[in-house]
Design a protein around this ligand. Structure first.
Ligand SMILES: Nc1ncnc2c1ncn2[C@@H]1O[C@H](COP(=O)(O)OP(=O)(O)OP(=O)(O)O)[C@@H](O)[C@H]1O
Ligand SMILES: [Mg+2]
Length: 241
């Protein structure tokens, strides 16, 4: 596979906080146009992996490449300007600002400001509820609406690769289904490449083109959807089968 088709490549990543190591030799690839999932239970190192990918956390060892370019030493805002954008866990919106103001603040790079109208239309098409509620304070939205807004705000940054950290967390089953459909539309209609982190393995397997399983900071399994679905390890540890 040529390098240009590999949107994100982590190679041999060791990383941690202070003295404590959390990731051990983590390598993964996200190929253009796919939804790639990173599965694992609480504390396995999923968010830490995303932080290394975005540049919020510097790895101790290993490299990060984005579309063939070595970005290991680029700060997070420079990676965002290249199109590598993350929707953080727990949403982190500005609660005292309106829906529209939150979206506006998402368009902070030059690349994003140039595509402001186009991206706003995409967000409102994907989430008509946000258009209806554009003047409402973000802090008064329901949990599901806040999750939509967090994704919408990230889309305003004009990503080519979107990293989603547990978007289904805390959502009712019906909203989880809506979220699955939105993520598929991001791939199929908006042309995005997606790295999705999930504890909800059942949900993730419904949309994964490819996936990795991380346990205690190590990648223990990878494969296409069928391989993951057929894996005894996944059935036993994550699906209770
Ligand atoms: N800022 C931090 N400082 C110190 N330790 C941290 C920090 N963030 C995470 N950790 C530790 O690193 C390990 C991996 O955490 P991480 O957040 O990557 O897990 P996760 O797979 O995202 O879990 P969850 O599904 O609960 O979000 C955990 O043991 C956690 O306590
Ligand atoms: Mg996490």
């Amino acid at each position: 596979m040529t390098d240009s088709k590999v949107f994100l490549e982590l190679s041999g990543i060791d990383a941690g906080y202070g003295e404590s190591q959390v990731l051990w030799n983590v390598s993964l690839r996200v190929v253009e146009g796919t939804i790639t999932v990173l599965l694992g239970s609480n504390g396995a190192g999923k968010t830490t992996t995303l932080r290394v990918a975005t540049g919020v956390l510097k790895p101790w060892r290993g490299s990060v490449k984005f579309r063939g370019l070595d970005v290991t030493r680029l700060p997070a805002h420079r990676r965002a300007a290249l199109g590598l954008v993350m929707v953080p866990e727990g949403r982190r919106l500005w609660p005292q600002l309106t829906v529209y103001e939150n979206l506006e603040l998402g368009a902070y790079t030059k690349r994003a400001r140039e595509r402001f109208d186009e991206n706003l239309k995409l967000v409102y098409d994907l989430f008509p509820r946000l258009r209806e509620r554009r003047n409402q304070l973000a802090g008064t939205l329901s949990g599901g609406e806040q999750q939509m807004l967090a994704i919408g705000r990230a889309l305003m940054a004009s990503p080519s690769l979107l990293l989603l950290d547990e978007p289904s967390l805390g959502l009712a089953p019906k909203l989880v289904i809506d979220m699955i459909n939105v993520i598929k539309r991001l791939r199929d209609e908006a042309g995005l490449t997606v790295l999705l982190v999930e504890q909800n393995v059942h949900m993730a397997l419904q949309i994964a083109d490819y996936g990795y399983v991380i346990e205690q900071g190590r990648i223990v399994l990878e494969g296409g959807r069928e391989r993951l679905e057929g894996s005894e390890r996944i059935k036993k540890a994550y699906l209770g089968l």
